[in-house]
Design a protein around this ligand. Structure first.
Ligand code: MN
Length: 197
């Protein structure tokens, strides 16, 4: 049974298409018009072992905000779709990833309830190319709201903005992979005593 999700989202500001296969090999095809964001979504697919296609055509003549946010919303919705009934998965995942001087710690619960806890250094460089570094939290908020997961992302230390953001996406990818993977001991079992996720 394939675990894939496809979402098309069109507004007056953006047009987004996302396709994800949770049981992929990390093959990605990403075009948002924001180079650094493409690089981050590439990390998400590669290190999550998700096959991921993202095509966003956004109002970049204003700035990159709508393009980045709406892509994250569609990605969250596609991820939720692909998860399906969540039977037989691990549900929880965590990963700590260093990138030179920076460290990211990510913990996820595919709980069905959106909640984000996020901390990162406050004094980061404001821009990485066309990517506004205050958007990282906004991406995570948007993804969490649509994917309906509990997500804790912490960067206890780091200096270089590129490193600080990239280690978060790498750790997020790996934590999502661990949480969404099938647990061979739990085939047919929903990982909840409540009977719903
Ligand atoms: Mn916004």
């Amino acid at each position: 049974m394939s675990r894939t999700g496809r979402v098309e989202r069109t507004t007056k500001e953006t047009s987004v298409v996302v396709e994800i296969d949770l049981d992929g090999t990390g093959r990605t095809d990403i075009t948002t018009g924001v180079g650094f964001y493409d690089h981050m979504l590439d990390q998400l697919g590669r290190h999550g072992l998700f096959d991921l296609t993202v095509k966003t055509d956004g109002d970049l003549h204003i700035d990159s905000h709508h393009t980045i946010e709406d892509t994250a919303l569609a990605l969250g919705a596609a991820f939720k779709k692909a998860l399906g009934d969540k039977v037989g998965i691990y549900r929880f995942g965590n990963c700590t990833v260093p990138l030179d001087e920076s460290l990211a710690q990510v913990t996820v619960d595919l709980s069905g309830r959106p909640y984000l806890v996020h901390t990162e250094p406050e004094n980061m460089a404001p821009m990485i190319g066309a990517y506004d570094t205050t958007m990282t939290r906004h991406i995570l908020e948007s993804f969490v709201a649509q994917a309906q997961i509990a997500l804790h992302v912490h960067v206890p230390y780091g200096r270089n903005a590129h490193h600080i953001v990239e280690c978060q996406f790498k750790a997020l990818a790996r934590a999502l992979r661990y949480a969404s993977e099938r647990d061979p001991r739990a085939a047919g079992i929903l990982p909840s005593t409540k009977g719903a996720l």
